[in-house]
Unconditional design. Structure first.
Lengths: 501, 510
């Protein structure tokens, strides 16, 4: 069952290679919908208190102790749903506009979905590392082939002073940063398996490694090998150096899923691998991690407030949001971690429509620069309302699910030390600044010359309104995720709390 | 007086016999004009029969020729890799100027001779066969490097390889002599017994100097830093089919004897040489990867990358465990696939763009010639160790073997080296997919106008605009790339292949 969720996207991507070019997009969209259907099927039979479910365990490379082992629990199920949901609008949005070399484009996009789902479902440490590495490969090609050089004299869409970014340098930076982290993680994963086996039978099964336990001294360095990979992926301050360039160069539909889902794999990794496997180290480095998280919140918010390129505003706001999520996880408190899981889903759901709206704004004004924008709301009330809902969710207005998520996180942080909660809450206030500024500067003010304020087309509305609908529904019943993830989150956090005591 | 005729194990010797017969046939065919054209067919036939013999003898575990050779899992697996690479070299050389200028049969005879040396080397269990095999491997290669008679670089590379290679061989011979002096034996097993029995010999300076010199000599052959300086020049200058053969087959054969000599003959003093080899491996990883960063010639880049990859593989010997040998053989098999794919594409682009192996000759290839672009891209991703390719599993295997034997720092070195390598491997992928082919393809060098470097060499047109449609160039590229992905997704068959090699040494190492 879980295998079919993982491999369906890739299968449809490959079918897309065989059909005539103009059908490739719809084959891809169909594949993404089927994957969502399978994920909903899993949800239907899911029991929040049942621990690891739908377990698949097949030996894959017996010589190396690697198994093809999958499973789903209260944390991964919501991220799997997020992934399968997020890919559909991205594919449909591209499908309606057409892309160059469509078969290859959708193959890469769907391969990315396969790898991401694999990372969320893997229960074998090495399989997790493999999918984690694999995620970046299709996005390297997506950003590189369908991305665009930005800045410089030949780019009227870019304001001077942003600097020149070539696709080649941006993608290289991204993949080198990411893989530096994940290669260290590979060594760390192998060391964890070897050290925990202690001469016994070598296995990468996460549950076995957790059960066997790691000695304190090894935990400390293995912790940082894993943390490096996850923090780069998120990205967290100060390892976000790759983010601005690749966000500026990337094609927006691919960037939407990248920002919405791939960044969550890092946070998920902390919950799934780091806390249960290295509880002593996690406890030891709690303060360091919280400092990094709070620094990400403040730095990300401040940058989001000052940047004028909409891509970067959203990019840095993600840095801040991921900071919140990290803080929630490292509070070692059940409410904090539940808030983190909820916030992972919320942020993913908000970012996908946000980036697609940015793409539509760029179609109307010819740029993603805030400077020469404004007045788009004039003749487009529906478009403006959709954007307003997304902006309000981003700034976590009370009654939104994001508000609940941030509230839970701050609540968890408060249990550690009130100071953390107070500093982090500055981030909540700053979010209101940058989200409202983004909305105002694009939608209000006089319409500049050359910009076209037109209503959202029906096809785009069909893509966006379901996403906005999910955001609204989740605002009414966030407890679905809070309660659904509670047992799984509790077991992850309990290990560390045990140690801390 | 009655002599007992020595029993000859023809079955065990069959790979060597088949290859020798093939060599004779190729040389004889040279004098018969109508058959001459079919040289490649003859060579491929000979290699196929040899490969067949090797597979027939898959489970062999026998000493041959009074213990001078040993046909076992290690020999069979690594000989197979060498034979496959030679077959690829034959295909890639069809229509290559080096082959036409030097004379097709002569070229093929040299290649087959070198391959025979490799097959002998992979089975060598005595210092005599070790050295004979190594020289039989090397001397035809020196000549092959210079077969592109019209290009100064080719002749230069042949000469350079000859000089450096001879220094390496001499160093090796010196070392072998010293070890003989210390242990009083030439057979690997006898050396090990001598080292174990002799009091104080374990730390005898004569032995240790000998071990050092042998390591240096072999380091020259597999291009381990700091004995690598010849590699980029020779790789770049030599005709590309020869470079491909050199990069892949030589490593397979030389690592076979490297494993056997160090794990079997010098096994008892493993804790004396492991640090030396670990240092060489680490240095090689750094030098190779950093050196490759600044290269604009693909062949030079692959040369430096080969130095780094040799460093990774050497790490497998350092552990002196069966897991280490398994990992090395696995990595080597993957390395064959990745490099064959890469070199085949280099050959295609060279012929299409007037013998330029500059990275810029790949611009926009992803759009215009996806069938050529994909094998190269997969080769680069595999060399960089990304999933889902055999390169990822190979690194996993090596790191696991290293961490398991407490060589975590060397495992981290491999990880760091891989990080550096991303920069240059992915630059190739970026050129293929992310640069527009805005420049017209480089004008073909007017070969007729070049003065012959050797009097009497014929004038041939080099460029072949349809090289990307020649099956004998495309097939190796596509099959090798497919194998690199296949064994990345389903590695178990290759793991068993590697285990078969490692099991052969189970008597000597844990």
């Amino acid at each position: 069952m879980l295998s079919s969720i993982i491999w369906t996207p890739l299968l449809f991507g490959l079918i897309g290679l065989l059909v005539p070019k103009r059908f490739a997009a719809w084959v891809a969209a169909f594949g993404a919908v089927i994957t969502l259907g399978l994920a909903i099927g899993v949800l239907a039979g899911f029991d929040p208190d049942g621990g690891m479910q739908y377990v698949t365990d097949v030996t894959w490379i017996p010589g190396l102790g690697v198994d093809y082992s999958l499973g789903i629990d209260g944390v991964s199920i919501f991220l799997v749903l997020l992934t399968t949901v997020a890919w559909i609008p991205a594919i449909c949005f591209s499908a309606m506009r057409g892309t160059e070399r469509p078969a290859l484009y959708y193959l890469m996009l769907l391969a990315g979905e396969t790898a991401t789902l694999g990372a969320f479902l893997a229960q074998d440490l090495l399989l997790f590392v493999l999918f984690f590495d694999l995620m970046i490969v299709p996005f390297y090609f997506l950003f590189g082939i369908w991305g665009r050089d930005r800045g410089g004299e030949n780019d009227p869409e870019d304001s001077p002073g942003n600097g020149v970014v070539t696709v080649q340098s941006a993608t290289l930076k991204m993949i080198v940063f990411t893989l530096i982290g994940s290669l260290l993680m590979l060594v760390g994963a192998i060391a964890a398996a070897v050290i925990s086996a202690d001469g016994g039978e070598l296995t990468f099964s996460m549950q076995t490694i957790i059960a066997r336990g790691l000695p304190d001294g090894s935990q400390n360095w293995i912790f940082w090998f894993f943390a490096a990979a996850f923090l780069v992926k998120m990205p967290a301050f100060p390892l976000h150096g790759w983010m601005p360039d690749s966000y500026r160069a990337a094609p927006l539909p691919a960037l939407a899923v990248f920002s919405a889902v791939l960044s969550k794999v890092g946070a998920y990794g902390f919950l799934r691998v780091v806390l249960p496997m290295m509880p002593d180290a996690a406890d030891l480095f709690q303060t360091t991690m919280l400092v990094l998280a709070v620094a990400s919140i403040l730095y990300g918010s401040a940058m989001a407030f000052t940047k004028t390129d909409l891509r970067l505003v959203l990019g840095f706001s993600s840095v801040a949001q991921l900071g919140f999520i990290t803080a929630g996880i490292f509070a070692f408190d059940v409410t904090g971690a539940e808030g983190a899981v909820l916030q992972m889903v919320n942020h993913g759901l908000v970012v996908v429509p946000a980036f697609l709206i940015v793409a539509m704004i760029a179609e109307r004004t010819g740029s993603t620069e805030l400077g020469p924008m404004g007045g788009l709301a004039k003749k487009a009330p529906v478009f403006a309302v959709i954007f307003l809902i997304v902006s309000m969710a981003t700034l976590a207005i009370p009654a939104s699910a994001n508000f609940i998520g941030e509230f839970y996180i701050l609540n968890g942080l408060f249990q550690v030390d009130a100071a953390w909660a107070i500093v982090a809450s500055i981030g909540v206030a700053l979010a209101a600044f940058y989200a409202l500024r983004m909305y105002q500067l694009t939608m209000h003010n006089p319409l500049p010359e050359g910009a076209d304020s037109r209503e959202i087309s029906l096809r785009d509305a069909l893509v966006l309104i379901p996403m906005v609908g999910i955001i609204v529904v989740l605002a009414f019943c966030p407890q679905l995720i809070i309660h659904g993830s509670e047992p799984a989150v509790d077991s992850a956090v309990a290990v560390v709390r045990e140690v801390a005591r | 007086m009655i002599f007992d005729a020595p029993t000859i194990d023809y079955a065990g010797l069959s790979p060597i016999i088949a290859l020798t017969a093939g060599l004779v046939a190729i040389v004889l065919a040279a004098v018969i004009d109508p058959i001459k054209r079919f040289g490649p067919v003859l060579a491929l036939l000979a290699y196929a029969v040899t490969a067949g013999c090797l597979i027939w003898q898959w489970n062999a575990d026998v000493d041959l020729v009074a213990g001078a050779l040993r046909l076992d899992g290690l020999a069979v697996t690594l000989s197979l890799l060498a034979v496959v690479s030679a077959a690829v070299a034959v295909l890639l050389a069809i229509g290559d100027p080096s082959e036409t200028q030097a004379g097709r049969s002569d070229w093929l005879a040299l290649l087959t001779g070198s391959l025979l040396g490799m097959v002998i080397l992979a089975q060598a269990t005595s210092m005599l066969t070790f050295f004979v095999g190594l020289e039989l491997l090397s001397i035809p290669l020196y000549a092959l490097c210079g077969t592109n008679l019209r290009r100064r670089e080719s002749l230069e590379s042949g000469l350079k390889y000859l000089i450096v290679g001879s220094v390496g061989s001499a160093t090796l011979l010196y070392g072998l002599a010293m070890i003989y002096g210390a242990s009083g034996a030439t057979g690997f097993q006898a050396i090990a017994d001598g080292l174990q029995a002799g009091d104080g010999m374990l730390s005898d300076s004569l032995t240790l100097v000998g071990v050092g010199l042998v390591a240096v000599g072999l380091a020259f052959k597999v291009s381990i830093a700091p004995f690598h300086q010849w590699t980029p020049d020779v790789y770049q200058g030599a005709p590309t089919p020869v470079t491909a053969f050199m990069a892949v087959a030589t490593k397979a054969a030389a690592f076979a004897v490297f494993i056997r000599f160090f794990e079997v003959a010098l096994g008892p003093i493993a804790d004396q040489w492991d640090v030396l080899l670990a240092a060489l491996a680490a240095l090689s990883i750094v030098v190779g990867n950093v050196g490759a960063l600044a290269q604009s010639s693909l062949k030079r880049m692959l040369g430096y990358s080969g130095i780094a990859q040799a460093g990774y593989m050497l790490a497998g010997i350092v552990t002196a465990t069966q897991a280490g040998v398994d990992a090395l053989v696995f990595y080597l098999a993957g390395y064959v696939a990745m490099n064959v794919a890469a070199f085949a594409v280099v050959v295609i682009r060279e012929r299409q763009t007037g013998f330029s192996d500059d990275i810029s000759s790949l611009r926009g290839l992803g759009r215009s010639k996806p069938l050529v672009a994909w094998p190269l891209t997969i080769a680069m991703l595999a060399l960089a160790g990304l999933p889902p390719t055999v390169g990822f599993i190979g690194k996993l295997y090596l790191i696991e073997a290293l961490v398991d034997d407490d060589w975590t720092w060397l495992a981290v070195m491999i990880a760091i080296g891989t990080m550096i390598s991303l920069a240059y491997y992915l630059r190739v992928a970026a050129t293929v997919w992310m640069s527009p082919a805005d420049e017209p393809e480089a004008a073909a060098i007017d070969t007729a106008a070049l003065p012959p470097q050797i009097a009497g060499a014929q004038v041939d047109p080099f460029d072949d605009p349809h090289a990307d449609r020649r099956w004998y160039l495309l097939a190796p590229a596509i099959i090798a790339a497919a194998a690199a992905v296949f064994f990345g997704v389903i590695p178990q068959p290759l793991v068993e292949f590697a285990n078969h090699a490692g099991n052969a040494l189970s008597i000597w190492i844990s």
